[in-house]
Design a protein around this ligand. Structure first.
Ligand SMILES: Nc1ncnc2c1ncn2[C@@H]1O[C@H](COP(=O)(O)OP(=O)(O)OP(=O)(O)O)[C@@H](O)[C@H]1O
Length: 481
């Protein structure tokens, strides 16, 4: 018994001395020396400990350490309000708040049943305020210590650290500012931040159609392996058609925000040669959308004969043509990148060249129609945050009778902050339309708003199909917008 007590006493004083020495090392030694002493400590005392610590430094030699950066990104998202201290900073560019670890504060994380302790060890002992009044970032000169039970070394190296790299990539992609690229100067893209706030929640569209489109997009981004297996380029085409002001551009922004894809808004009128077009398309990044608005007005579709002649006439050989565009999109361009969406919009589907509507070209044809009761409900909830109002019944009745675009309805709703006044204005507009007899639904002019039509490729559904049987029309629902 006496000897046990003696050994325990010795062990306790060794541990106390080790802790004291570690504190002295952390507090008073310069950074470089601290790293050397730390590793000596770990060698000396590591064999008595059940824990193992990995040091993740900011730089390794001259290259910056990806794991350090990924750890910072990952840990920002793991900060919990229960922690005693953590840093909160405002990111001026993104106008958002970010969290990070502060010197020596512990963060506990769990992965596959293993507990991990993270600590940021900062070179700077005192956080100082800089001239702008911001605290200088301790993490800039520090390193992370990741501590876990020795027996989980393999799972840490094989799974936990790769998990951190993967998660950090996802977080960065989600926080990234989306870009809108435009080809204003013929040869190259210029870019601005894409700040359109449209989402599928705020998009006024028949609920079933919205659901179908969201499922289609989700399936597309999850099917990398499937596209590889069937030997098909990982791209998908959508044709949006319908009258002006029904939300085609809004839809494109909602799509980009949902997928977190950049938009390349290609103005074909600015491009005169196929070779320039190719250069622009090849300059696109992955995870992006190629959008050509009003495709019917962009290229002289009617003149296919001229198109054919151009191919045989050397002087016109490089002139921009529909076949040049389509061939390149289907051919070489497909192999130069992946995860691409192509969107063509038009107000007049009937004007489009059949080559564009051919099976296999645009995977979904989506009709954006006039505002019906469902779309009206979405818009009024967006603009005035209400679900019910005594005027709804009458307005919905009128919307079934007359053609009003979501843009017209939205404009009326925007006119006043007072919902009664805004709805009154809308009702007046709809009544005038009815009395004028203009834009009445069911007048035989255009019955497209009577149904929502989606053309889907059967092969995408995993069905066997013959060459002629690649597309099918699916009526999604009755008129609602
Ligand atoms: N379906 C919709 N959902 C939500 N807002 C809409 C919708 N349709 C139109 N709007 C509103 O009307 C405005 C004009 O719509 P948008 O430019 O998207 O229509 P468009 O169909 O692309 O028109 P165009 O064919 O003339 O380019 C938008 O800024 C938006 O405020």
């Amino acid at each position: 018994m006496e000897s046990i007590k003696k050994y325990l006493g010795i062990a306790a004083s060794i541990a106390a001395s080790a802790m004291l020495a570690r504190t002295i090392v952390n507090e008073y030694l310069p950074n470089e020396l601290r790293i050397i002493v730390h590793s000596a400590f770990n060698k000396l005392f590591g064999r008595f400990s059940t824990n193992q610590t990995i040091v993740i430094q900011k730089t390794e030699g001259l290259t910056s350490n990806k794991l350090y950066e990924a750890s910072s990104t990952y840990l920002c998202n793991r900060i919990s309000p229960n922690m005693r201290r953590f840093r909160v900073s405002k990111n001026e560019n993104k106008n958002s708040i970010t969290f990070s670890l502060v010197d020596r504060e512990e963060l506990i994380d769990a992965f596959q049943g293993v507990e991990y302790k993270w600590q940021l060890i900062s070179k700077q002992k005192n956080e100082r305020m800089n001239r702008d009044g911001d605290f200088s970032l301790a993490s800039e000169d520090g390193w992370y210590e990741l501590t876990f039970h020795k027996k989980y070394k393999d799972v840490t190296l094989d799974s936990y650290l790769p998990h951190i790299l993967e998660k950090a990539k996802e977080i960065k992609a989600a926080n990234r500012r989306l870009k809108l690229y435009m080809n204003e100067h013929e040869y190259c893209w210029s870019q601005i931040d894409l700040q359109h706030p449209a989402t599928f929640e705020t998009l006024a569209m028949e609920a079933d159609l919205k659901k179908t489109i969201l499922e289609d997009l989700t399936r597309f981004i999850e099917r990398k392996e499937y596209y590889k297996k069937i030997g098909k380029a990982w791209k998908r085409g959508y044709l949006l058609f319908g009258p002006p002001g029904t939300g085609k551009s809004t839809f494109v922004s909602a799509m980009a925000n949902y997928l977190r894809f950049d938009i390349y808004d290609l103005n074909l009128k600015e491009v005169r040669k196929n070779s320039v077009l190719k250069r622009l398309l090849v300059g696109m990044k992955n995870k992006s959308m190629l959008v050509i608005e009003d495709i019917d007005c962009s290229i002289d579709f009617k003149n296919r004969e001229k198109d054919k002649k151009n191919q045989s006439n050397q002087s016109h050989h490089d002139e921009i043509s529909l076949s040049g565009l389509l061939n390149f999109i289907d051919g070489l361009w497909s192999t130069s990148g992946e995860e691409r969406i192509i969107v063509f919009t038009t107000n007049y589907k009937e004007k489009l060249d059949p080559a564009l509507l051919r099976p296999g070209r645009m995977d979904m044809h989506i009709y954006m129609g006039y505002c019906g009761p469902n779309s009206f409900r979405v818009l009024v909830s967006n603009y005035h945050a209400i679900d019910e109002h005594p005027m709804f019944e009458e307005i919905e009745g009128l919307l079934k009778e007359v053609e009003a675009t979501p843009a017209e309805v939205a404009e009326q709703l925007l006119r006043s902050d007072n919902v009664d006044v805004a709805l009154e204005g809308l009702m007046q507009l709809l009544q005038e339309k009815r009395n004028d007899g203009q834009g009445n639904k069911g007048n035989g002019k255009d019955d497209k708003d009577e149904k929502l039509v989606v053309v889907k490729k059967k092969e995408e559904e995993g069905l066997e199909s013959s060459a002629e049987d690649h597309e099918t029309e699916v009526v999604i629902g009755a008129v609602n917008c």
